[in-house]
Write a protein that binds this ligand. Structure first.
Ligand code: ARG
Length: 463
């Protein structure tokens, strides 16, 4: 019987009694870390091939290990693999099965390796793959938002500061603001990937190993940037997971801000947009309701990811070098961060395509809040007034419009001229929503010409 068949015997004869069932359950991670199985096999195969190249194990052993791993892969894929709590984690489960299948060759796989460098390698390999998927989703979301922007360049909505109507903006411009956020998120993730993709294997338990390992060739075989240069650091730090979760939390924060806007815009008090019915839910009591559950949940799930960031950063904080079992606790927060982020991005890619804009409601709202007051001030500056004086003059004009219960553009010319005699008929061009929009023609501004230029830039970038 292999030593690994029974957890009570896995650590040699040193132990005089088996682990209690409670402790077994408390310390086991197999029911969540089994999702690392592909990375575990990939890392083991690269390690075994190197051991053979270095003359540590024979070619026959390597081939037995490869065959055994192929079978294990098939068993896991078909759901036929028997995961055992007694074997604690994904690493010991796979190794024990390999030993059943490949005999002594299986027992040789762990030469020059520890679960400490093994798990750090597995998590990095797995996370690298997930980062690539998330990066693709972030590109897809940007494309969806660029398309939405492109369809609505000329739609005018009120831009807000302090959630008070501020100045008219193009709805397309507003969408492109999120494209910028998600573009930075994408860049941040790719930057994190560079630091995730380093090889701990060869650090062994903490100090390196006595076998003549060729770590560089393992890193190359696994497509990694390089080899962790300090064995103690390699097995102990999880900063790469923290950094990833921080980047993920920022993506969620951006998603959450977007969600908040969608929720507001969908409410009857705004009616700026409609979201396709498949993304909304009804109420069990109020038949008239369509609730924006998806953006609300996304806003809520942001708290969860931010919580995972706190969990991971706190997990690391008090740990002395080198490996400590605390690090087993990195997995669930990290896994849930990845799951939450992928699901949320997938649903937002689809939902973005299902947003219908209500241009009239947006324009009406923009007309309500004296959104072109700054344009009147700018008009007066062009007539020679210092900006501060123009600002004051317009405040009086707004006051008059409020008392007349109308927009600035609806005040008669004669009334406007009472505030400043240099005001002429062309003022109404400046006071219209479209005039205001067109006038903001600086780089990065909301003028449709600028928005179109940005759309072209994004399209070229996103392909
Ligand atoms: N399941 C462990 C983890 O996730 C693997 C490493 C265990 N190492 C040890 N020395 N007990 O970190």
């Amino acid at each position: 019987m292999s030593q690994l068949d029974h957890k009570s015997q896995a650590w040699s004869a040193l132990f005089s009694e088996p682990m209690s069932d409670l402790v077994k359950r408390y310390t086991a991670s197999v029911f969540f870390d089994q999702r690392l199985w592909q990375a575990d096999i990939e890392g083991s195969l690269a390690h075994a091939a190197m051991l053979q190249r270095q003359g540590v194990i024979s070619a026959t052993d390597l081939s037995s290990i490869q065959q055994g791993m192929a079978q294990i892969r098939a068993e896991i894929e078909s759901g036929g693999f028997d995961w055992k709590l007694d074997l604690e984690d994904v690493h010991l489960n796979i190794e024990a099965r390999l030993t059943q299948l490949a005999g002594d060759a299986g027992k040789r796989l762990h030469t020059g390796r520890s679960r400490n460098d093994q798990v750090a390698t597995d998590v990095r390999l797995w996370l690298r793959g997930e980062i690539d998927l998330i990066a693709q989703l972030l590109l897809a979301l940007q494309r969806a938002l660029v398309t939405l922007a492109d369809q609505n360049v000329e739609v005018v909505m009120p831009g807000f500061t302090h959630l008070q109507v501020a100045q008219p903006v193009s709805f397309g411009h507003h969408m492109l603001a999120y494209v910028e956020m998600f573009a930075r998120d994408h860049e941040r993730l790719l930057d994190v990937r560079k630091r995730v993709n380093w090889l701990p294997l060869g650090a062994a338990a903490l100090a390196g190993t006595t076998y003549p390992l060729d770590r560089v060739s393992v890193a190359q075989a696994l497509g990694m940037e390089g080899v962790c240069q300090n064995s103690l650091d390699a097995v102990s730090d999880r900063d790469f997971a923290i950094e990833f979760t921080a980047a993920a939390a920022l993506v969620m924060v951006h998603i959450s801000r977007f969600s908040e806007e969608l929720i507001l815009w969908m409410s009857q008090n705004f009616s700026f947009i409609k979201i396709a019915d498949r993304f909304t839910t009804g109420s069990s009591i109020m038949p008239q309701k369509k609730n924006p559950d998806v953006p609300e949940l996304a806003r809520g799930k942001t708290g969860r990811v931010v919580g995972h960031l706190m969990a991971l950063i706190t997990l690391m904080k008090g740990q002395p070098l080198d490996y400590n079992k605390d690090n087993q606790e990195d997995k669930e927060p990290l896994f849930d961060t990845v799951d939450t982020l992928k699901d949320t991005l997938r649903i937002f890619v689809e939902m973005a395509a299902g947003i219908t804009v209500q241009p009239q409601a947006m324009e009406q709202a923009a007309l309500k809040g004296y959104a072109t007051a700054t344009d009147l001030a700018d008009y007066l500056v062009k007539k020679g007034l210092p900006f501060r004086d123009a600002h004051e003059t317009v405040a009086h004009a707004v006051k008059a419009a409020v008392s007349h219960n109308c927009d600035l553009s609806e005040l008669p010319l004669a009334v406007l001229q009472q505030f400043n005699p240099s005001i002429e008929k062309d003022v109404f061009d400046a006071l219209s929503l479209r005039g205001s929009l067109n006038a903001r023609n600086t780089l990065g501004g909301t003028a449709p010409a600028q928005v179109r230029a940005q759309i072209a830039r994004h399209r070229a970038r996103l392909g």
